[in-house]
Design a binder for this molecule. Structure first.
Ligand SMILES: [Mg+2]
Length: 316
C-alpha cells in the first residue's frame, strides 16, 4: 500500500455511513461463538481469491508509486522501490493471509486473534515469503503499535480493504466486517468500503450476480462513495488509483468491469499507476472469484514466492 496523504479526498467523513444490505446479515448477532466459516463449497473460490490477490499484489510491487503512462506492466517482474525479487507479494497479501489464518485457526471472526497475527507479521515477519516486512503503511503501523484502530478522517487509506476479502467466505455480519477493518482503520468510510467489497464478492461468488448489479446493490449511502455509481461509463483518465480507500475500491471495480479476463484485470490495475500493488491486490481478489483459479496464468503462479505460506493459511 502507499500511504494515503489526504488531499481533501474524504468527504462527509463525520456522517455515519449506511449501506443497503444485500444479504440481510447485518441484523445477525455479534455474540455467536459458533463456526462462522462458509460451507466447503466455497473453498475453491477462496483459493482463487487469495491467489488472485497475491498474484496481483506481486505484479504491482515493482511499479508502486510510478505515474500512469510512465511504464507498462505485461508480466511478473522484479525491482521497484523496494528492490524485491520477482514474484514477491507485499503487506497487502501478508495481512490478508493473517486474516485467513486467524479464521482457519479459530473457526470464527476473532479480532483480538487477528490483531495478534497482524503484529506477528509486523514485528516478526510472519506471513511473508522470506521473513522480510516491507511497504508498511503509517496507519497500519500506528494502529498495531498502540493496539487500536485509527479513527481520523485522514486515516482512510486502503490498508483494511486490501486484507478484507477472506471475510466473503465466512458468515461474518456487517458489524463483524467493520470490526475487522477497525483493527487498523476505524473510520466509517474505511469500514463501509470493507462491507461493500465483501458483499460484492459474495454476490458474484455465490448469488451468480453480474458484477455491475453487485456493485449497484452495494454502494454505501455516504456521499464519499458517489463515484461507485458511475464506474460503467467512467473514462480511464478519471479513475483515481492512489491510496485513498474509496479510490482503491472504485479503481479495482472499474478494472474488473472493463476487462474480460483475470490477466487483463490485474494488468490494468497495475498500469493505472501509483498504488499499483494494492489496486491489483483488491482487483485480483475479485477477478479470482469471477474467473476462477485456473484463469490465473500458470507462469505467474509459478513465479509467485511464498506459496507454502499461502497454502498453510487457507481455511475450509
Ligand atoms: Mg503493498
Amino acid at each position: 500500500m502507499s500511504e494515503f496523504q489526504g488531499g481533501g479526498k474524504p468527504s462527509g467523513g463525520s456522517s455515519k455511513s449506511k449501506r443497503k444490505s444485500a444479504t440481510g446479515t447485518s441484523q445477525e448477532s455479534l455474540t455467536h461463538k459458533g463456526d462462522s466459516r462458509q460451507s466447503c463449497a466455497s473453498v475453491a473460490t477462496l483459493r482463487a481469491a487469495v491467489y488472485g490477490a497475491a498474484v496481483g499484489d506481486a505484479l504491482g510491487v515493482p511499479y508502486e508509486f510510478r505515474g500512469r503512462e510512465s511504464f507498462t506492466c505485461v508480466t511478473m517482474d522484479e525491482g521497484g522501490t523496494h528492490e524485491m525479487p520477482r514474484g514477491t507479494f507485499s503487506d497487502d497479501t501478508s495481512l490478508l493471509l493473517a486474516t485467513c489464518d486467524s479464521i482457519r485457526a479459530t473457526g470464527r471472526i476473532d479480532v483480538d486473534d487477528m490483531q495478534k497475527r497482524f503484529r506477528q507479521w509486523l514485528y516478526k515477519g510472519k506471513y511473508t515469503s522470506d521473513g522480510r516486512v516491507f511497504d508498511v503503511g503509517n496507519t497500519v503501523a500506528t494502529a498495531l503499535d498502540r493496539g487500536r484502530g485509527c479513527t481520523g478522517e485522514y486515516s482512510n487509506g486502503n490498508g483494511s480493504l486490501m486484507r478484507i476479502a477472506p471475510l466473503a467466505f465466512t458468515k461474518a455480519t456487517d458489524e463483524e466486517i467493520e470490526s475487522v477493518s477497525a483493527i487498523t482503520h476505524a473510520h466509517s468510510i474505511s469500514k463501509s468500503a470493507c462491507v461493500a467489497f465483501v458483499h460484492i464478492l459474495r454476490e458474484v461468488a455465490f448469488s451468480r450476480s453480474d458484477l455491475l448489479s453487485a456493485i449497484e446493490n452495494n454502494v454505501p449511502a455516504d456521499e464519499a462513495f458517489e463515484a461507485m455509481r458511475n464506474l460503467k461509463d467512467m473514462p480511464r483518465e478519471e479513475v483515481s488509483s492512489g491510496g485513498y480507500v474509496v479510490d482503491t475500491l472504485c479503481a479495482a471495480l472499474w478494472c474488473a468491469l472493463h476487462t474480460e479476463s483475470y490477466a487483463d484485470c490485474v494488468l490494468e490495475a497495475v498500469n493505472l499507476g501509483r498504488d499499483t500493488d494494492t489496486t491489483a491486490c483488491v482487483a485480483g481478489a475479485l477477478a479470482g472469484v469471477m474467473y476462477g483459479y485456473d484463469a490465473i496464468p500458470k507462469e505467474w503462479i509459478e513465479a509467485l514466492r511464498g506459496k507454502k505460506v499461502i497454502e498453510s493459511c487457507l481455511f475450509d
